[in-house]
Design a binder for this molecule. Structure first.
Ligand code: GTP
Ligand code: MG
Length: 456
């Protein structure tokens, strides 16, 4: 497969840098670079070689650059690719790009290199999307998940699902062929078992999306509590910097403050909020409290912080039942244990689950809090080495797969004819194919690749 036009774009970030890489892909890549690079005929050079020389446009020297050659199909896009490592001046780079355009290239659209790689069968769609995820990854967990998918881990899992489904459909078809003779080739029990297994694997992938979302977008954590509980102190301690104002005056924090921390490769967006109390006549404080409640409701996790000298267990239990009623995920954090006898404090709150005892000010046991936060997020979930769905498009397609599997299961229970079962199976295969791009349409591809950066 090939396109007539050759595309060009800056592959590195725009702006001044040590070097900038300009990438050409298409049939005429070698012809175009030869117009600029005169010291040897690059057409005659072997693939996967690099060459140093001056780039000239007419009599004008544009730059001294390193040119790498990749002859298709052994290239990123599967086409002839040339990468020009030029000096990192945006002005110089623009001149080189303009010259390439003058000699027949056109400016690439966002993601067009990867789109060509997909269309040429170098990557499937899920892998291509993981390229964008890898580029935007900012933690080790998101990096791991993107790499796993990019290297085909997720696609392999889908392939296994599809193969099982095909096995199933082959058995059904066999029955259809012999429908006159009233024989049952496909052992119903075996079929039921197969569908159950398929549903299980699909649901596992669907469930991994919650973790996938966490890996990709981080977890929002609202620090909630009464005024003076030490919320801002805790924020500062976890961040390891004096970000929020701390004082002994109740009602110090008025507006919410958000900061990001990375714990064991997962991003947490910590939100320090205004202290909540029953009565306040201060308008600003009231508004602050309103925001605290909003953050509390929308956060992925609540850290309910209290001062052990000021809030007895009965009161804390009341808060807990409120969280449970609203189905909020919470951790209870008992603060200021440095001011009391720790053993006695632990005894006083003995009946409470999900509780951590710390001193935010003295940085005592805050590593335990970190561990518990990670546990809350990963609770019982598979680790990032296994397949984790991080992409909303894949998630929605998998939901459709799951629905079709349920239809098949119900159909079998109701003993519907084999040809109708075959229809449901085809629907299921269709949605599986949408993920890897075996089933795709132009609008969908344009939409997916438009979210890439130019030059990728
Ligand atoms: N002894 C002790 N004091 C603490 C601890 N954590 C916070 N404090 C003190 O408690 C007071 C209130 O701390 P803040 O962090 O401002 O409390 P806050 O919950 O943010 O209060 P508001 O913003 O008013 O809602 C300050 O004087 C802190 O130094 C702790 O672990 N031990
Ligand atoms: Mg505060």
């Amino acid at each position: 497969m090939g396109w007539d036009d050759t595309i060009v774009a800056l592959a590195t970030a725009p702006g001044v840098a040590a070097i900038g890489v300009i990438r050409l892909s298409g049939r005429r890549s070698f012809e175009i670079i030869n117009q600029l690079f005169h010291s040897k005929d690059l057409h005659k050079q072997p693939s996967h070689t690099i060459h140093v020389g001056f780039l000239r446009e007419g009599d004008i020297v544009l730059d001294e650059a390193v040119v790498s050659l990749f002859r298709g199909p052994r290239s990123y896009t599967g086409e002839d690719v040339v990468e020009i490592s030029a000096h990192g001046s945006p002005f110089v780079q623009q001149q080189i790009i303009d010259a390439c355009i003058k000699y027949g290239a056109r400016l690439a659209k966002p993601g067009e290199f990867t789109q060509r790689a997909f269309l040429n069968g170098k990557l499937d769609l899920a892998q291509a999307e993981a390229v964008a995820d890898l580029i935007s990854s900012n933690t080790s967990a998101s990096q791991k998940a993107a790499l796993h998918t990019m290297r085909g881990g997720f696609s392999q899992k889908l392939k296994e699902l599809r193969e099982q489904l095909l096995k199933f459909s082959a058995l059904i078809e066999l029955e259809l062929d012999f429908s006159q003779e009233d024989v049952e080739f496909a052992d119903r029990k075996q079929l039921q078992k197969l569908i159950t297994e398929l549903s299980f694997s699909t649901d596992q992938l669907i469930n991994s999306f919650q973790l996938g979302n966490v890996i990709k977008n981080g977890v929002s954590v609202a620090i909630i509590g009464k005024p003076n509980a030490g919320k801002s102190t805790l924020l500062n301690t976890l961040l390891n910097e004096n970000r929020a104002i701390v004082s002994e005056i109740a009602g110090t924090t008025r507006d919410t403050i958000e900061e990001i921390i990375n714990i064991d490769g997962i991003l947490f967006r910590l939100i320090d909020t205004a202290g909540i109390r029953q009565h306040s006549s201060d308008l600003i404080e009231k508004e602050g409290m309103k925001r605290s409640f909003e953050k509390m409701r929308t956060a992925d996790l609540i850290l309910y912080l209290f001062d052990v000298a000021n809030e007895p267990a009965t009161e804390v239990k009341e808060r807990i039942s409120e969280f449970r009623e609203q189905e909020l995920k919470y951790l209870i954090v008992a603060n200021k244990i440095d001011a009391m006898n720790e053993a006695e404090v632990r005894l006083a709150y003995a009946g409470i689950d999900n509780i951590v005892f710390i001193s935010a000010k003295e940085k005592r046991h805050t590593e335990v809090l970190n561990e518990r936060m990670i546990d809350m997020v990963l609770a019982g979930q598979i680790q990032t080495e296994s397949t984790v769905v991080t992409n909303a498009r894949h998630y929605h397609a998998l939901k459709e797969v799951s629905t079709s599997l349920n239809d098949i299961k119900q159909g079998m229970d109701n003993k519907i004819p084999g040809d109708l079962l075959a229809l449901d199976i085809r629907r299921c295969l269709h949605y599986l194919g949408e993920i890897t791009g075996e089933v795709s349409n132009e609008d969908m591809l344009d939409y997916i690749f438009s979210k890439f950066c130019i030059g990728k």
